[in-house]
Design a binder for this molecule. Structure first.
Ligand code: NAD
Length: 300
């Protein structure tokens, strides 16, 4: 058996087109342009790449992008003052503070200072609580993208056995809430899980969010299962030349693709969906703020 490849790149393009169409509608009908403010502190190279990609795609769907680049030694007080200003700015509907922050800044404090209605990352404890109690919230982008792909592939997820590997606040835990909300039976596995292969082997849906290159081999996978690979790991690729690298997921694609029913590739799977969902969340936040109809299918 060879798994169907779930094309996250193509799916993300569809989501962006849907966002762009809805942005055009509210611009026309209400004269409102959704705005996303991204705050980057310091010069972490990976963060710079993400922030650039986010800004570019925000503009491409017709929204306003506001980038705030702060020095690595910016004080907590200055960062909190910027967030306060953005919270009060009616043109800004979404605020994203790029993580990780430099060590002297308290991430929990910074996230909790964002207006929950503008928290398009869905990391504020209000949104975490709303999601956990099945209420309308801002949903973290990566798990939201995973859920969209799973719903698209399966239709109903009701009754399916889902195993999530990884219990982070940004992927594993919200993914569990979303799958629970769709009536899956959910297990969260983590670094202390005993017999991880056996736990994963019973799953109809496996979501791998660990950060360990190719750790999930094909013989952990139940034949026909759907595998969502969240991991992004850069490894050496001597076959491409000296000093070259390539991206791999947390799943050993070559062996898992032989067993699974469907799989998201790395790159081209969850990654593109994450930014598309950020745009969707910004649009949703804008619609909620202005009492405008929300786009369908772009949030839970
Ligand atoms: P994290 O480091 O916060 O969490 C990793 C989790 O994996 C922890 O809960 C830990 O308990 C678990 N873990 C570690 N070793 C394990 C083991 N041997 N067996 C089972 N579980 C183990 O990571 P994160 O922020 O959740 O990110 C996970 C991966 O997803 C990383 O590769 C990251 O780059 C990637 N990621 C991708 C996107 C995207 O857009 N595609 C977004 C966020 C994160």
């Amino acid at each position: 058996m060879t798994a169907e490849i779930i094309d996250g790149k193509a799916f993300a393009a569809k989501v962006r087109a849907q966002v762009a169409a809805h942005v055009a509608v509210i611009r026309e009908s209400h004269g409102v342009i959704p705005g996303l403010a991204v705050v980057l502190v310091g010069e972490d190279p990976a963060s710079q790449v993400y922030v650039r990609a986010k800004g570019k795609q925000t503009v491409e769907v017709g929204m306003n992008s506001y980038e705030h680049k702060l020095d690595a030694d910016t004080s907590e007080a200055d960062l909190l003052a910027l967030i306060k200003r953005l919270n009060g700015d009616a043109d800004v509907h979404g605020i994203l503070v790029q993580l990780p922050l430099p060590g002297h800044l308290n991430e929990d404090l910074v996230i909790s200072s964002i207006d929950p209605a503008k928290d398009v990352d869905g990391f504020h404890i209000s949104n975490v609580g709303l999601l956990g109690t099945g209420q309308k919230s801002m949903v973290p982008c990566t798990p939201l993208g995973c859920l969209m792909m799973l719903r698209d592939h399966h239709g109903s997820l009701s009754g399916m056995d889902a195993v999530i590997i990884g219990r982070s606040n940004i992927v594993g835990k919200p993914m569990a809430q979303l799958l629970l909300g769709d009536s899956c039976m959910v297990t969260i596995a983590h670094s202390r899980t005993r017999d991880l292969p056996d736990v994963v082997r019973r799953a109809d849906i496996v979501v791998a969010a660990v950060g360990r290159p190719e750790m999930v081999p094909g013989d952990w996978i139940k034949p026909g299962a759907t595998v969502v690979d969240v991991g992004i790991n850069r490894i050496d690729a001597p076959e491409k030349g000296e000093g070259k690298t390539r991206l791999v997921g947390d799943v050993d694609f070559a062996s898992v693709v032989q067993v699974a029913g469907a799989i998201t590739p790395v790159p081209g799977g969850v990654g593109p969906m994450t930014i598309a969902c950020l745009l969707a969340n910004t649009l949703t936040a804008c619609c909620r703020a202005g009492g405008m109809p929300e786009p369908e299918g772009l949030t839970v």
